[in-house]
Design a protein around this ligand. Structure first.
Ligand SMILES: Cc1cc2nc3c(=O)[nH]c(=O)nc-3n(C[C@H](O)[C@H](O)[C@H](O)COP(=O)(O)OP(=O)(O)OC[C@H]3O[C@@H](n4cnc5c(N)ncnc54)[C@H](O)[C@@H]3O)c2cc1C
Length: 371
């Protein structure tokens, strides 16, 4: 056979998960190639910042976040630069029942009285209820992380999209079809973000991932707070009229805020469209109204807004799952950036052993139940 190229492991997608998987494989001395027709990090992993937080409903996901934090520390050491800032995270509207996973995993946290709110979040309006503080959380320097991984994975990135992944009739590994060539890999890991369902379906895996549009305006920090570290923020209290998350954008003096909740993201792709009479500007206005009430330390006039694509499994927020059949594995979920070093290691193990590690199987099942 001369028309076909042989590979040990093919990773599809050079977002944070594909790159983390490739980095873990290279570290273990494996022969790996990563396919992506777009620049690395141009998909769901784009932009400057993501929140790293430990709190999740499921203990398995808290444990994975702990592993993720360790992995980021390892990357920071290798890079010689910080990838997660020291800002911490503050949560509003949560009580003891929200931290059972953190308690079980012995993750440092505390509740501070609402009257001390300005001490833990200087941009915040006065609140009555206690605030949960996660001091090991922080803003991930997303672009810096992607750039570091690209430099480590190097020329193993092949700049072509994959048309499909099929399981050949002889059952050995999987075939990867690209414009440039046909490859036969011993194992293919599909980390293609929004494209996971259709790529995985050609390999016989049925993945119920939904994509949706999400508005993400950002706001100027008022001059008196410039230089003061502001934490990441999760507010599920609805005290200020909406549930939101927020995060500082590095050292830019701006802060991003987005709505959370089942009704805020708009299905995207075939069959999905904004309902007549609405638009993403409505979402930006809702966030601005929230900022005007809840965050006097920010100017509520947005300085910009990105409309991003989000992915979610049917069980909702924070749910993640990996799928496997001989020769092929795939991963999908929501809010996976913070987990990337841990997931990269687990996907590397999946590829090398051609079987899902128990931790990944358990995290997926548990998250699906808990979400
Ligand atoms: C607005 C927003 C806010 C978020 N906030 C957080 C947060 O605070 N904390 C957190 O942890 N997570 C957060 N997330 C989620 C997180 O960013 C994603 O879960 C993560 O980036 C997914 O990475 P990925 O590698 O799976 O996908 P992607 O980054 O989309 O990578 C997939 C890659 O596959 C490539 N690809 C697609 N089709 C093909 C093909 N046919 N052939 C080859 N390559 C292909 C794409 O070009 C892309 O580069 C947020 C996401 C968004 C959009």
């Amino acid at each position: 056979m001369t028309h076909r190229r042989e590979l040990d492991i093919a990773v599809i997608g050079a977002g944070i998960l594909g790159l983390a998987t490739a980095e873990a494989l290279v570290r273990r001395g494996a022969d790996v190639a990563v396919f992506d027709g777009r620049p690395p990090g141009a998909g769901l992993s784009g932009g400057l910042t993501r929140t790293f937080r430990h709190r999740h409903d499921s203990e398995a996901l808290v444990a994975m976040a702990v592993e993720g934090r360790r992995g980021f520390a390892r990357w920071e050491e290798r890079l010689g630069r910080e990838l997660i800032g020291p800002e911490g995270a503050v949560y509003h509207g949560m009580d003891d029942s929200w931290v059972t996973g953190m308690v079980a995993q012995r993750v440092e946290h505390s509740f501070v009285p609402g009257s001390d709110g300005a001490e833990v979040f200087p941009a915040l309006a006065p609140v009555d209820r206690p605030l949960l503080v996660d001091p090991g959380a922080g803003a991930i320097r997303a672009k810096r992380t992607i750039d570091a991984l690209v430099s480590w994975v190097g020329d193993r990135i092949i700049p072509f999209d994959v048309h499909s992944v099929t399981v050949p009739s002889d059952g050995a590994g999987a075939e990867v079809q690209t414009t440039e060539a046909i490859y036969r890999a011993r194992h293919v890991v599909i980390c293609a973000g929004t494209a996971v369902p259709w790529l995985a379906s050609s390999a016989g895996l049925d993945i119920p991932l939904v994509s949706a549009l999400h508005a993400r305006p950002h706001f100027r920090v008022r001059p008196h707070l410039l230089g003061t570290p502001l934490p990441c923020w999760v507010d599920v209290s609805e005290e200020f009229g909406a549930k939101v998350y927020g995060s500082p954008i590095g050292e830019t003096g701006t802060y991003v805020v987005g709505l959370i909740g089942a009704d805020v993201d708009v299905p995207f792709g075939p069959g999905g469209a904004l309902p007549a009479g609405t638009g993403m500007e409505d979402h930006v206005r809702r966030v601005s109204a929230y900022v005007a009430k809840a965050m006097p330390g920010l100017d509520p006039e947005p300085v910009g807004a990105r409309v991003c694509v989000m992915t979610k499994l049917p069980k909702g927020s924070d749910a993640l799952r990996a799928w496997h059949r001989p020769g092929v594995s795939a991963i999908a979920g929501h809010n996976l950036f913070k987990m990337a070093p841990a997931l990269g290691d687990l996907l590397a193990e999946t590829a090398l052993k051609d079987q899902l590690p128990e931790t990944l199987e358990r995290a997926g099942a548990d998250a699906l139940e808990a979400a």
